[in-house]
Design a binder for this molecule. Structure first.
Ligand code: MRU
Length: 355
């Protein structure tokens, strides 16, 4: 455990190690990765998950491939790297950070293209290290901005896991809780279980318990009841992609929480690093939504509770319209009521706060 929470990804003796998040909280284990195909499989199978963590993993996937082929002829090196970009881009579709990380690695490669493969490989590895370090700095900045929005004693609901486990460290939504606690605020967290993959019950609850931040676990269908009883003061979630008009894609069930929050006059905040904003996507309808295996809905691990043969839908994300978002919390400051115009101005301008 570091002062940013757990080390979700770490570089050890020439390979990438990632916490196997599929088996938490029962077991805490790292798996080692040596090439891009391995990292892509780690992303696809949810060893690593959460938008910024996926982005970091992808950058290391490129660096690993470059290290693996650095002693080959330039042509073979280039072919291997091009293939790595394709394999990693196909791992999961929704979190834009994956594509952001790959673009960044391509820019780094292009800037070093005149150098021999060993030097390009070294530059790519340094870039991956920088992306990881930068992610922690960004989360700390977001945490400070977000903490200012929370009153002492606030009871804050979150959905899914936007914690240290979903990033290089500190977390986005959970980073706000950590920063608020560091600032001396007494915050308590209500964690939605987050069906079907249980990121809330398994990962958010685990992170908060590890750090002694008060947390209460509920099933997803209990949020409305608690809100109606005045037991929730704010909602903070993370995001996988924000469209140019401010629509927010996040874990399935987030939209439901946002509608409930509006019904009960509760602020709905989205912790959103700027790398998660995709200005090329006009609105939420154009965000690709991953559909996952039916087995995640019909049971969990070895236990199957639904009848064989039943038709299942399993969209892993949904879209919350911008009009339900009270504010985006970014490393650059807080953007109230995001929309096409305000987001454009916010991204273009240098202002710290945009209330
Ligand atoms: O399917 P997952 O676990 O990768 O989904 C993660 C989320 O939806 C998170 O809320 C989002 O990536 C933000 S993480 C800082």
């Amino acid at each position: 455990m570091t002062d940013h929470g757990v080390e979700t990804l770490r570089w050890r003796e020439g390979c990438l190690e990632m916490i196997d998040q599929r088996i938490l909280p029962a077991r805490f284990e790292y798996l080692a990765y040596h090439d891009a195909a391995g990292v892509a499989e780690g992303i696809r199978s949810m060893v690593v998950r959460g938008a910024p963590a996926i982005g970091c993993a992808a950058t290391y996937g490129i660096a690993l491939e470059a290290m693996k082929y650095r002693a080959t002829f330039p042509e073979a090196f280039e072919d291997a790297l091009e293939h790595a970009f394709v394999v990693l881009a196909a791992s999961r579709p929704t979190a834009v950070n994956l594509f952001w990380g790959l673009k960044r690695m391509r820019r780094c490669w292009e800037a070093q293209a005149h150098l021999p493969p060993p030097e390009i490989a070294e530059a790519l590895l340094q870039e991956a290290h920088e992306v990881l370090a930068e992610d922690i700095r960004i989360n700390r900045a977001m945490g400070a901005h977000g903490a200012a929005l929370l009153a002492d004693g606030a009871r804050v609901l979150t959905h899914c896991n936007a914690g240290a486990l979903a990033t290089a460290g500190h977390g986005t939504a959970l980073g706000v809780f950590r920063s608020a606690v560091e600032a001396g605020k007494r915050i308590s967290v209500i964690a939605d279980e987050t069906r079907p993959f249980l990121q809330g019950a398994r990962l958010t609850a685990w992170e908060m318990v590890q750090e002694g931040i008060p947390v209460t676990l509920i099933t997803d269908n209990m949020a409305g009841h608690l809100m109606s009883r005045g037991e929730i003061d704010a909602v903070i979630v993370g995001t996988d992609r924000v469209a140019a008009n401010g629509d927010v894609a996040n874990k399935i069930g987030t939209y439901m929480v946002a509608v409930l929050a509006r019904r009960h006059g509760i602020p709905f905040y989205v912790a959103c690093p700027l790398s998660t904003i995709d200005i090329e996507i006009p609105d939420g309808n154009a965000i690709p939504i991953e559909e996952r295996a039916p087995e995640e809905v019909t049971g969990f691990r070895d236990c199957q509770w639904a009848p064989a043969g039943v038709t299942v839908r399993n969209p892993a994300f949904d879209v919350t319209p911008a009009e339900l978002v009270t504010a985006l919390i970014t490393e650059k400051g807080v953007l109230m009521e995001p929309n096409l115009e305000s987001l454009k101005q916010f991204l273009g301008g240098g202002a710290e706060e945009s209330h």
